[in-house]
Ligand binder design. Structure first.
Ligand code: C2E
Ligand code: MG
Ligand code: MG
Length: 630
């Protein structure tokens, strides 16, 4: 009666999959655990399906108990298998069914199915055995109802949470649910061919190939887990218990690679991984490139014991085929506690700490504090806001007026960039400018500020605001560009702006190479801009150096101004006088009250800038406030 042409090859393919899957280490995350259950239940279902079918084909040689046992076991496993597929979808989307009463009830169909199978021994509702052999019962169709409930809820999960996953994975989930649905349809239409098992196998293969391949979580050595595994595990256990991390970094990894060769080092890394796994079987070991290991454990983790044990082993050589490697480890410890932190923040903090630890080269472990985690978190938020601002060109430019000391009237303004975080709060340039410098995006940022200033000046000619110029800040990286003037020229042309009304501020940090500095400032001046030295007093410039640079204006840094205002001495006025003799005008920054303004006027400054006059203002507010001065 039953045809085995599909179910036997299905069984053989399952065995191959089983061997492959279980020959590699698996990460103890929820999806993996459920997948293991699916594979095992599928094996058992296929075995009982084959055995029950053999028995049902010819009842004569078997006792009634055996016939009932095999048929009931098959039906129960069959129900459980479908429930597990649904459960996998839940785990994949990180849905906690316990938090949702409707989802928690989804244990009911499988339970009802199992109970009705057991009751069938008496009632014959699902199936019954009579003199003709095996027969489907009156409630046989209930099977399909159970399957369809799980399939419908699985589709619901994809619909609700699909966007949280990558497209490829989302399609994979849809694909296995559709395969299960097809299995149900084929089973209904062609019950004789036992096709459901084959469709379930196909669903398992889809999961294996796209989500559950253990290699996705493994370092190429196949012994230790990789960075993705670390993130996924942290994400799953986040805030659930006291997680502890012990990190190991091979000191001077790149030098060691040069000395010993990459092949030897790779072998060494494998030996270290094997040693760590064997020494701390209760914890999970990860390898994250460049000689960095991470061991993840719980509150029981004893950092002191671990560092002494690992140090001792590193005292001796790591013997690979034809060399002895002498390596030096540095350690990191981190206690996450049960505080919730995003895996990205934890990971980034760890990577930064690895760099610090390697540079420190200390014997005692470097303890990563929760403060550092906060800093990385903040750094990440700023980075994201900055990326968004530059990409979407939504960075704002604020203007702060500069006042003429001789008549207390507005003379110019300084353009200062502003980036907002996701809640619309302003992030200080002190935070995002250094990040933009590190990430190399400062050039784009600088050009956007320049372009926005030009657009502003085109729409609001300086006379309409009572100003003569606007200062734009140049970062050292921007200033170093040999094509800086070409880039600015095209923007000036676009908005038809005369460079005379723009002053470019450079800081002392840009004054590294005197030859280049002079040439670049000459270029800037030749183009028609004026150059300004910003933050004077924070670096190492001296009068002799400045003499050679054709600046138009020197801005005294607010620290210098504040010190002087607190305790005026004879030095600052002499310096201001010297600057003026050299042909520079002088601006004092950070003027916060009337008294300071008077003191700096007295000291001979030409222009004054500070909160006393005005804070930096959004462009439209600046127009409202100063637009009347004609
Ligand atoms: P900076 O060029 O020296 O700009 C002056 C800074 O002092 C501004 O800070 C301004 O808001 C602040 N300030 C002005 N008056 C007072 C005062 O009376 N009291 C106090 N406490 N502060 C005052 P901001 O806007 O936070 O900018 C900080 C620095 O970030 C700037 O210093 C500049 O070096 C940099 N920056 C800002 N925008 C840009 C930009 O578009 N490009 C580049 N490369 N750097 C920028
Ligand atoms: Mg400035
Ligand atoms: Mg300044």
């Amino acid at each position: 009666m039953w045809d085995f042409s599909f179910v036997i090859p299905t069984f053989l393919i399952l065995i191959i999959l089983f061997v492959f899957y279980f020959s590699l280490p698996r990460l103890p995350v929820r999806t993996n655990k459920v997948f293991v259950q699916i594979v095992i239940i599928e094996m058992l279902t296929v075995i009982t399906d084959i055995l029950a079918s053999i028995v049902d084909n010819d009842l004569s040689g078997f006792s009634l108990q055996v016939v009932h046992f095999l048929n009931s076991a098959y039906f129960i496993l069959f129900f459980v298998r479908f429930y597990l597929f649904y459960h996998f979808t839940e785990a994949f989307f990180n849905v906690d069914a316990r938090k949702n009463p409707v989802r928690a009830m989804l244990i009911l169909p499988v339970t009802a199915g199992a109970v009705s199978v057991i009751l069938s021994l008496r009632t014959g509702w699902i199936y019954f055995i009579d003199a003709n052999g095996y027969n489907p019962g009156r409630g046989y169709r209930f099977i399909y109802l159970e399957l369809l409930i799980y399939i419908a809820f699985s589709f619901g999960l994809v619909f609700r949470y699909g966007h949280t996953k990558r497209r490829r994975e989302r399609y994979a989930v849809l694909m296995y649910i559709i395969l299960l649905l097809m299995g149900v349809i084929f089973r209904y239409l062609f019950p004789r061919f036992l096709l459901m098992d084959t469709f379930c196998l196909m669903a398992i293969l889809v999961i294996y190939l796209s989500i559950e391949n253990p290699e996705f979580y493994l370092d190429p050595s196949d012994i230790v887990f990789n960075g993705k595994a670390f993130r996924d595990l942290i994400e799953e256990n986040n805030g659930k218990y006291d997680q502890r991390i012990f990190g190991i970094v091979i000191h001077n990894y790149y030098d060691m690679r040069d000395i010993y060769g990459s092949h030897q080092i790779d072998e060494g890394i494998q030996m270290i991984a094997a040693f760590l796994i064997a020494s701390f079987p209760e914890y999970i070991v990860f390898y994250y490139r460049k000689g960095r290991f991470i061991i993840l454990g719980d509150g029981q983790m004893d950092f002191e014991y671990m560092s002494s044990k690992i140090s001792k082993r590193f005292d001796g050589p790591w013997k690979s085929n034809d060399a002895e490697l002498y390596l030096k480890p540095c350690f990191i410890t981190m206690q996450l506690g049960d505080e919730i932190a995003s895996p990205d923040d934890i990971f980034n903090t760890l990577v930064l700490s690895f760099k610090k630890t390697d540079a420190l080269n200390e014997k005692t472990p470097y303890e990563v504090t929760s403060n550092e985690l906060d800093l990385t978190r903040q750094d990440l938020l700023v980075r994201r806001a900055l990326e968004d601002a530059i990409e979407q060109d939504i960075m704002e430019v604020y203007l702060q007026p500069l006042f003429d000391a001789s008549n207390d009237r507005i003379a110019g303004a300084e353009a200062l960039s502003r980036v907002k975080d996701m809640d619309g709060k302003i992030i200080s340039p002190g935070l995002f400018i250094p990040i933009a410098e590190r990430s190399g995006r400062i050039n784009e940022l600088g050009e956007q500020v320049f372009e926005k200033t030009c657009r502003f000046l085109q729409e609001n000619p300086p006379e309409s605001l009572g100003i003569s110029w606007i200062n734009v800040n140049l970062s050292p990286a921007q200033f170093m560009r040999t094509d800086l003037m070409d880039r600015f020229e095209s923007i000036l042309e676009k908005y038809n702006i005369d460079p005379e009304i723009i002053h470019l501020e450079i800081t002392e940090e840009s004054m590294i190479d005197d030859g280049f500095l002079q040439k670049q400032i000459q270029k800037i001046n030749a183009k028609g801009f004026k150059s300004v030295l910003d933050d004077y007093g924070t670096g190492y410039s001296n009068l002799t150096r400045l003499k050679k640079c054709p600046f138009a204006n020197i801005k005294l840094d607010m620290s210098l101004v504040w010190d002087y205002c607190e305790a005026p001495d004879g030095l600052l006025p002499v310096m201001v006088k010297a600057f003026k003799n050299m042909g520079f005008s002088v601006t004092a920054e950070g003027i916060e009250n009337r008294e300071m303004a008077e003191i700096m006027k007295e000291a001979g400054c030409d222009y004054l800038q500070g909160y006393y006059y005005s804070k930096p203002l959004p462009m439209d507010e600046f127009i409202r406030k100063y637009g009347v001065c004609k």
